[in-house]
Write a protein that binds this ligand. Structure first.
Ligand code: NAD
Ligand code: UDX
Length: 468
């Protein structure tokens, strides 16, 4: 459906924030809307340089298919720049796609979202925008944030003036590792707002490739809250299945069989029922804690406690896996080599934010283990930052290795934490021969070929599988 005649036609977009969301989202919009100029701006010069790198393998975000999309659009109608104000001034639509992490100090520390970057964006837009500007919240925000954004923008225009702002909420539902397919064929696009012509202008952009019936329009607060709620429901399913995984291990049931059995009920559905080391990523924990904070703010203590338990169970699951490994290795990992297979929070991404591997590895290091970590996309620098220490040799230290074989060399155990596809095709006889016996495979993703590992002489522990 074309925008109604009163809707402004968008020809120039500026997106503030060139991160995991801003970069891929704008690349797909530019790819699908070749008549619209799209500029992604960021204050981080190194990130912008990486987005402009001639070698597409150097893009700052690894996502399957992203390089091809960037190759088609970059330089044509997709640009990356640090000239923030200049590109806001030239845009008729500005997306705010900056980070909104959990506050670390002050009121709401540990739960509330830190909105300082969003507020800074609103103030920059208030200063630099010209004419009628549609401001789109793409970041995940606490419900009613648009009120604050509107107040800042209104204050910039005290006497009406020639400038006008419309604020929309358009949360992003992409998952990392499948961002490009999620963006190209979304289950839905959600647009919240109270200015119908601005809503239709944004809907018209998406309509270039998204079927009309998948473009949902709501009020601002429903849109903001829907994003937090979607993530809370998804994370809740993971904590639910992980809780049942622990019970399976205690009762000789098998969580994969249970997941299949319940997932075929069309009311439950098969997705997000994979037991693992706990959910990671930059969104789930942050967004649930934010929901918890909001519930408490509105005096809904029981609701807050209900959602808080999803996060507690997740932290318990991570700790539980480290403890299972230590217990099986005769109660001590001190001075023992352990090969860690995967460090990213899920496969097909280089992102390690809130990865369960961080907590699990730190616990093993504290117990004196020597970790040999392999991950095809995570850099040594990132590992050092996440583990809080540079790589090194000896008890309680870690180092990076290039392949499974070197992770296994001299190791008492392999611990599979990320479901990279090639971990399903390990040559177990060759790998087992490199390990110190008795040797273990701890598979926290149920990804490896457990039968082959057993046949090669390893003891195998798989998440959610009772030992027969
Ligand atoms: P990110 O940290 O990867 O990127 C944010 C970028 O914003 C950084 O490069 C930072 O330098 C830049 N920035 C911060 N303040 C700025 C300012 N004032 N001016 C210009 N640039 C500024 O974050 P992300 O993962 O892309 O997440 C962005 C938002 O999207 C968050 O609210 C997040 O919750 C939400 N979200 C993330 C995902 C995901 O999978 N990562 C999915 C859906 C929604
Ligand atoms: C999530 C939401 O899915 C996405 O809609 C939102 O926009 C951002 O947050 P993301 O965190 O990128 O996306 O990945 P997701 O696939 O949701 O996985 C999150 C975590 O849950 C990962 O650590 C993953 O390994 C884990 N997970 C997922 C499970 O342990 N079991 C499952 O069945 C699914």
């Amino acid at each position: 459906m074309p925008p109604d005649s009163s809707s402004p036609t968008v020809t120039s977009i500026c997106c503030i924030g060139a991160g995991y969301v801003g970069g891929p989202t704008m690349a797909v919009i530019a790819d699908r809307c070749p008549d619209v100029q799209v500029t992604v701006v960021d204050i981080n010069q190194a990130r912008i340089d990486a987005w402009n790198a001639a070698d597409l393998s150097q893009l700052p975000v690894y996502e399957p298919g992203l390089d091809a999309v960037v190759a088609r659009a970059r330089g044509r109608n997709l640009h990356f720049s640090t000239a923030v104000e200049e590109h806001i001034a030239a845009a008729d639509m500005v997306f705010i796609s900056v980070n909104t992490p959990t506050k670390t100090k002050g009121i709401g520390a540990g739960q509330a979202s830190d909105l300082r970057w969003v507020e800074a964006c609103a103030r920059t837009v208030a200063k630099a925008a010209t004419g009628h500007t549609i401001v789109v919240e793409k970041s995940t925000l606490p419900v009613r944030t648009a009120e604050a954004v509107q107040a800042i923008l209104a204050a910039a225009n005290p006497n009406g003036g020639s400038r006008r702002f419309s604020v929309l909420s358009n949360p992003e539902f992409l998952a990392e590792g499948s961002a490009i397919t999620d963006l190209e064929a979304p289950d839905r696009v959600l647009i919240g707002g109270n200015d119908p012509s601005a809503i239709e202008a944004l809907a018209a952009l998406y309509a270039s490739w998204v079927p009309q019936e998948r473009i949902l329009r709501t009020n601002l607060w429903s849109s903001e809250l829907s994003k937090l709620t979607a993530n809370a429901f998804l994370a809740q399913r993971i904590s639910s299945i992980n809780s049942i995984a622990a019970l399976c291990e205690a009762t000789e049931a098998n969580v994969q069989e249970v997941a299949r059995a319940i997932g075929t009920d069309s009311r439950i559905g098969p997705k997000f029922l994979k037991a693992g080391p706990g959910f990671g990523g930059s969104c789930f924990q942050k967004d649930i804690l934010n929901l918890v904070y909001l519930c408490r703010h509105y005096g809904l203590e029981e609701v807050a406690a209900y959602w808080e338990q999803v996060v507690s169970l997740n932290q318990w699951q991570q700790q539980r896996i480290a403890h299972v490994l230590i217990t099986k290795l005769f109660g001590t990992v001190s001075g023992k080599h352990i090969g860690v297979l995967g460090f990213a929070f899920k496969a097909d991404t280089n992102d390690t934010r809130e990865s369960p591997a961080i907590r699990i590895c730190k616990e093993l290091l504290e117990e004196g283990a020597i970790l040999q970590i392999v991950d095809p996309k995570v850099s040594e620098q990132q590992l050092a930052q996440d583990l809080g220490q540079a790589s090194g040799a000896g008890e309680g230290r870690w180092h990076q290795v290039p392949d499974v074989e070197q992770a296994a060399t001299g190791a008492d155990a392999l611990l599979l934490l990320t479901e990279w596809q090639h971990f399903a095709q390990i040559n177990w006889p060759a790998v087992a021969a490199l390990m110190r016996q008795p040797a273990w495979l701890f598979d926290a993703r149920a990804k490896a070929d457990a039968n082959a590992a057993r046949a090669a002489g390893l003891n195998v522990w798989t998440v959610g599988e009772g030992q027969l």
